[in-house]
Design a protein around this ligand. Structure first.
Ligand SMILES: C[S@@+](CC[C@H](N)C(=O)[O-])C[C@H]1O[C@@H](n2cnc3c(N)ncnc32)[C@H](O)[C@@H]1O
Length: 334
């Protein structure tokens, strides 16, 4: 990555730490910027990116079923959930003139565009070479729409073994990814090594404390049990929920030779424990996804209300957790 190797040359030292919105002159608001990016993303996914082939467009659209079914998933609800999970990282990027973000498991690259548009240099990695090709082809659309040039390096790599070359990451973003990695602790230790002191990791995914998600995951596994004797022998739903004697995701074969996954999801408690083990200091989680997608009324105020109610908030469909790489104790004595 050009900018990672030559970090000083591309830093905009003129940019103030807290930005002004050029349109209003008011302080930059991460939630507004994030929800406005979401509208652009939704437009690109649903109407088509001219730089993608039809097959690539279909692959992208299948990654975003919620965007493709607005009659089932009300726009204000989906926007509120998208925004609440991403605005903390947009805010963190805007407060750091030298933000270097590792988008780990970047998929089709959508969040990399959001981070780059917010001012970060981005290293974006995914195991799927096809998705990396599509991410690269999508970039021009967002650069043209936003009138910016992005500093993103997209790279195919397996997070189970990959170590970022930089030791200067300010932020790592893991959205719906950590659960599918076999060696979760190893990945977090490698990220920790590559992160600056006071840098952060931000993780968001579905919450094992949410009864609907828990039921869906249980049902998905019932089906796998029928398909794969190996899965039936080794996978144990309750051990996954407790994270008992587990390192991460496991993969088994069906009798037809297809893959089935024994994904290791998290409750905020088990994730916080793993983060502490790997040298991070987690902050309390926040949550979203409380309201069922009923296509009547306004959802955002209710979402915000539930997110604040003690105890109930812990059962949101999604969690978001951030954790800091704290200064090593010895540095205090230097
Ligand atoms: C559910 S998608 C999430 C993508 C993106 N973070 C998002 O929020 O849209 C999970 C992604 O993780 C990638 N992935 C799964 N296992 C991986 C691994 N071992 N190394 C790198 N990427 C992996 C998949 O290819 C997929 O793009």
């Amino acid at each position: 990555m050009r900018a990672l190797k030559d970090s000083q040359s591309t830093i905009d030292t003129e940019r103030p730490v807290v930005d002004k919105d050029p349109a209003t002159g008011k302080d930059f608001q991460a939630d507004k910027a994030t929800s406005s990016f979401y509208q652009l993303l939704r437009h690109e996914v649903s109407t088509g990116n001219p730089n993608l082939s039809e097959r690539q467009q279909r692959m992208l659209q299948s990654h975003y079923p919620v965007m493709m079914a607005p009659e089932r998933f009300p726009e204000d609800l989906v926007t509120a959930i998208y925004t609440s999970r991403r605005s903390p990282i947009v805010d963190a990027i805007r407060r750091d003139r030298e933000a270097v973000v590792f988008d780990a498991g970047c998929g089709y690259g959508s969040e990399s565009f959001l981070f780059a548009a917010s001012g970060a240099r981005v290293l974006a990695v995914d195991r799927s070479a096809d998705q990396i090709v599509i991410a690269k082809k999508r970039q021009r659309f967002f650069e043209e729409a936003l009138g910016q040039t992005f500093d993103i390096e997209f790279r195919p790599a397996d997070l189970n073994v990959y170590s970022p070359e930089s030791n200067n990451l300010s932020l790592t973003w893991l959205a719906s990814v950590l659960a599918v990695v076999p060696d979760q602790e190893g990945l977090l230790r490698r990220v920790h090594r590559a992160t600056r002191t006071d840098g952060e990791i931000m993780i968001t995914d579905m919450n094992l404390l949410n009864p609907l998600f828990l039921f869906r995951e249980w049902r998905r596994r019932r089906w796998f049990i029928e398909q794969s004797p190996e899965f039936r022998r080794h996978a144990n739903f309750f051990e996954m929920v407790r994270r008992h004697e587990r390192r991460g995701a496991r993969y088994f074969k069906t009798t037809d030779g297809d893959d089935v996954d024994d994904v290791q999801f998290f409750r905020p408690g088990t994730l916080a424990e793993l983060l502490r083990t790997t040298g991070f200091s987690p902050a309390p989680a926040s949550y979203s996804g409380f309201i069922p997608p009923i296509p009547v009324g306004r959802h955002e105020p209710l979402e915000r209300l539930f997110a604040r109610i003690p105890l109930i908030r812990k059962f949101g469909y999604f969690y978001f957790m951030r954790a800091q790489k704290t200064r090593p104790v010895t540095e205090f004595f230097v």
